[in-house]
Each structure stands twice: as C-alpha cells, then as structure tokens.
Design a protein around this ligand. Structure first.
Ligand SMILES: [Zn+2]
Ligand SMILES: [Zn+2]
Length: 434
C-alpha cells in the first residue's frame, strides 16, 4: 500500500513538473514575441522621465495598456500609481508583481537617440531628469509580463495584481514613499495578496543573469540628526566653555565602534555615516552648538534595533561625559525597513529562477547597503526581490557606470529574461499552491 502512495506521489509530482515546464515554454515563446514592444515602451519612458509623485504621463500609458488587456484597473493609487488585477480562469492565490515608476534629478550624458532632454528645477537648482536607476526598464518589463499572462488567463490558477508604484527614490520630508503610501491605501487588500515579487535591473550585472539573497538583500535606512549643546566661549579660554566641537568629534569616533565592536560582522554588514557637521563661525570662538546629520544602514531588524539603541547611549552619554547635552532624532526624516527576502519563500522559488535563467546564471549575491521601498510590502507579506542583469556582456563591472549617474546605461537585451522570470515566479508559485 505504501508503495502505491509513493508511486502516486511520483506520478503527481511528475505531472506538476510537466505542467510547469509546458507553461514556462509558453511564457518563453510569448515573451520572445513581444521583446521589441517591451524595448519600445522602455525607450518611450526613458525619453520622457518624470520625478516621484509626478508620473502623470507614465501612469496614463500604463493604465491604457492594462485596460487594453481587459484588466480591472485603478489609477491614482498613492498619487500616480496604477494597479491592475488579472483574474485567472481557475481559483488560486493572489500574487502581486511590482514595478517602480520614478526618474531622478540627473542630467543624462549617454548618447542615445532616445536620451532624455527633460529639464526641471529641483531644490532650487536647474537639472535634467533621467531614468538613472532603470525604473523605465521595470515598467516596460512588467507591462510585458501583463501582456504575456493576460493571454494565458484561462490557464492561470489564481489572481495577479500588477502594482506600478510611484516615488521609490525617496520623497520630501514628511511625505510617505510610494510603497509605504500604497500599502497604507490598501494595495495588499481586496483581494488580499499572499506574496509579492519584484526585480531591479542592475547596470553592473551581465545580461542573462539573476542574483538573489535570502534574508536582508538591501538595507534598512534611518537618517539621523544629532544636536550637541555646550557653552560658548572665547577660543583662547576653552576652560570656560563646554566645547560641542570636541564632544562631537568624540561622538563621531564612538559611533564607529558600533560596527567594529557591537555588530556580528560574520552575519551582516552595517554602516554608520556622519555626512554633515555644522558648528561655529570663526577660528577663535567656541560655538554653543554643533549639528550633525548621518545615515544608518542595517540588514536585519535586530541589528537595526541594536544600532539605534547604541547610538542613543553613545550620543547622550558622550555628551554627558563632556558636561554637554545632546538631542538625537532617529529617524530624522527618512526610514525604509530592510528589504528582507523571506528565506522559506526564496528557497521555494529558487528552482523557478534556475529553470528560467539556467542554473549557472542564478547567483547568490552579497547584500547591498542601499535601501529600497519594496521593503514596505515585505513588512506585511512574504516577498522576494531579485536583481536582473542589465550590463552588456563582456564589460568590466568595475567600469560600468553605476545607478544614479549621468552615464548610467542598461543593455535592453536583458529585458526578456525579466519578463520570463516574473511571469514564471507568479505561475510557479500558484502551481505549488494547488
Ligand atoms: Zn535608485
Ligand atoms: Zn531603483
């Protein structure tokens, strides 16, 4: 009897395997067929970039496309975001796929026929606007995924929510990031999303490759403001001062011991940076006050809590030791949680990525100390965020221009793998739930 069940199990899993392979082959065929369309969408977005929460034209194009595929579409989510819902022909879980939409205040220097010539004033400065992080690629890829999956609707066991999210790159102080606002407005509800997938193109990873990391893949970000209050005095008579400059120097040095002495560096990286220090007006006056701005990066919730706790102690106690007082605001204006790839979900989806890209082209990557607001979705539900190769083959990654720079360049031949990867992640996840 045991043997019978064992054989049955083998038959069922062989059948699911065959179904998955057949669906992946269909996705690959359809993705190849629309590759040129995906590239054309990307070039159009690239030529007409818009800053965070101003993605009006971008939003219209996406809305029309999703509507043309017969989806239920809601525009104006979290200001300029668009959400499309595709109900498959069979019952099953709700899976979300996400692309971000915003460009950056960067003046493009790349010689492309579709290079951006858009100009604006940002923080009082004249600047160009450029898709210098590759979010144009993300939108075009997700529009491609929408087209592929909409054409396979009757075979899909579940629902797919296509989330086009504005303002990933950070917003003005006091505003919420695109993802945070979308979550607040209920993007993960009605219907309730079970799991979310997203990707980021990378200008320093060769085309044809996918990289991933279970756990923290991108950092939690907290900015901070430290104000040290002392007593002003003549620079010639420091004994009558409480010198906030010397105390600030001690604080900066003591803060560096968190990474070197409190963090288990064999597990995760962490960063404390003071990027701005302001105090005093001339050489012979000890000022009353010094203000510092800094950024703190962590790859786990536990590390983040430990860092904040240590920063509070070091700032207040170092000031106290020097007879001064200090005020700490953390986060000051900006907080992104850690972009945390649920380890169980990552392990479960790894075969899907390997079947799509080829096992040799799926690589484990070191964590990134930059932040990503995909983390706000992952705070609520399990999610997987991967990196997609966008660097021309044969180029030296060290010489490839990085994201957020005027020379940032993406090789479009990498898009089709993105369309396949996201489509298969959704379909394979659903197949596993059956
Ligand atoms: Zn960016
Ligand atoms: Zn980005």
């Amino acid at each position: 009897m045991k043997r019978f069940y064992f054989l049955l199990l083998i038959l069922i899993s062989a059948n699911t395997f065959a179904q998955k392979t057949a669906l992946r082959a269909e996705v690959a065929k359809k993705a190849a067929r629309i590759e040129q369309k995906v590239i054309a969408w990307r070039r159009d977005f690239h030529e007409h970039p818009e800053l965070g929460n101003e993605e009006v034209r971008t939003s219209e194009i996406i809305t029309k496309h999703l509507q043309s595929l017969g989806m239920i579409v809601t525009a104006g989510v979290a200001k300029t975001g668009v959400v499309g819902i595709l109900h498959g022909g069979k019952p099953g879980p709700v899976v979300a796929l996400r692309a971000d939409m915003d460009g950056l205040p960067v003046t493009e220097r790349v010689k492309l026929p579709f290079a951006s010539k858009v100009k604006t004033t940002y923080n009082g400065q004249e600047t160009g606007i450029m898709h210098a992080c590759g979010h144009d690629s993300h939108m075009a890829i997700l529009m491609g995924v929408a087209e592929v999956l909409a054409s396979m609707k009757k075979d899909i066991p579940g629902t797919i929510k296509f989330i086009f999210q504005p303002a990933e790159e950070g917003v003005q102080s006091g505003e919420l990031s695109g993802a945070e606002l979308m979550v607040k407005e209920g993007v993960l509800k009605n219907p309730t999303v079970e799991v979310i997938f997203g990707l980021h193109i990378n200008s320093q990873t060769p085309v044809g490759n996918i990289s991933y990391r279970p756990g923290g893949i991108m950092a939690a970000v907290n900015d901070m403001k430290i104000t040290v209050m002392g007593r002003q005095a003549h620079g010639a008579y420091p004994w009558s001062s409480i010198d906030p400059v010397v105390i600030s120097a001690q604080i900066i040095n003591n803060l560096q011991t968190i990474v070197s002495r409190n963090l288990n560096v064999t597990e995760n990286a962490g960063v404390v940076t003071i990027g701005s220090i302001q105090g005093g007006i001339r050489s012979n006056i000890i000022p009353e006050k010094v203000e510092m701005l800094g950024t703190v990066r962590n790859l786990s919730k536990e590390d983040e809590a430990m860092f904040i706790d240590r920063i509070k102690t070091i700032v207040t106690k170092t000031a106290e030791a020097g007879g001064a007082t200090a005020e700490l605001k953390i986060p000051f204006s900006y907080h992104y949680p850690v972009t945390y790839n649920d380890p169980a979900l990552t392990a479960k989806m790894l075969p899907s990525l390997k079947a799509t890209a080829g096992a040799d082209h799926v690589r484990l990557k070191p964590a990134v100390t930059g932040g990503e607001d995909f983390s706000f979705y992952q705070e609520k539900i399990p999610g997987l965020f991967i990196f997609l190769g966008g660097m021309p083959k044969g180029q030296d990654p060290m010489k490839a221009p990085s994201h957020h720079t005027p020379d940032f360049f993406i090789d479009e031949s990498g898009f089709v793998l993105g369309v396949n990867a996201l489509s298969n992640l959704a379909l394979d996840y659903m197949a596993m739930k059956k």
